[in-house]
Design a protein around this ligand. Sequence first.
Ligand SMILES: Cc1cc2nc3c(=O)[nH]c(=O)nc-3n(C[C@H](O)[C@H](O)[C@H](O)COP(=O)(O)OP(=O)(O)OC[C@H]3O[C@@H](n4cnc5c(N)ncnc54)[C@H](O)[C@@H]3O)c2cc1C
Length: 202
Amino acid sequence: MQFDVLIIGGGAAGLSCALVLGSGLSKPFSEGKKVALFAHQRSSHLSSALLNNVLGISPGTAGKDVLNSGINQLQELYPEVQQITKEKVQKISFLEGGFEVLTNKNTYTSKKVILATGYAQPFLIKGLEDYVIPHKKAKPSKERIQLENVNHLVYPGLYVAGTLAGHRSQYAIACGSGAAVATDILTEWNSGEHTKVHDKIK
Ligand SMILES: Cc1cc2nc3c(=O)[nH]c(=O)nc-3n(C[C@H](O)[C@H](O)[C@H](O)COP(=O)(O)OP(=O)(O)OC[C@H]3O[C@@H](n4cnc5c(N)ncnc54)[C@H](O)[C@@H]3O)c2cc1C
């Protein structure tokens, strides 16, 4: 199965990235682009979070409810973003002009890949060992990891978002990071002209 973008991880950063990319798929420059999200959520740090300090989210909201509603929001508003469930990515291989993504069930190819799998150890996705470094913004005693990157870019076509990108673990930061990667990709598709997706009250 061939994609333009595969997003790996259905937590804060991955879902936020999928929503912003999904909102840009109706633009003329996105015509024909195929995007999918590996909507794996079992190990999201949001599962056990209680959110009181996030703008726009009612205090007392359980992180697990945000995970559920995020999946529904993506499905209802942007069904063009394929949601791949019950699959965990095991290996990423570098191809000419793209990547091969191996899961416990299938093999996919994609021109771009976004990793949003969180900063916990062990990092189980094979093929990226050269890019794994100690996390720069977490307590060393926790032994968190990140992927070495410049402005979310690990390697041409390979992006990282959320805590795995080296951001501190706050929900809003992870979401912002995923959204930032999505707008970088939309901008590239728009021939380098800076792009964002805004809806307006009519
Ligand atoms: C107990 C607790 C309380 C918290 N409270 C707050 C709070 O009050 N306010 C706040 O702002 N933040 C809070 N946080 C932090 C917040 O939850 C994180 O910053 C945020 O979830 C990080 O987002 P992320 O996308 O980087 O990682 P995650 O949300 O952890 O998402 C990573 C995703 O990747 C998936 N995944 C992992 N490996 C694979 C694989 N091989 N293939 C496919 N998918 C994979 C996981 O299942 C998961 O869904 C809290 C965290 C915890 C643990």
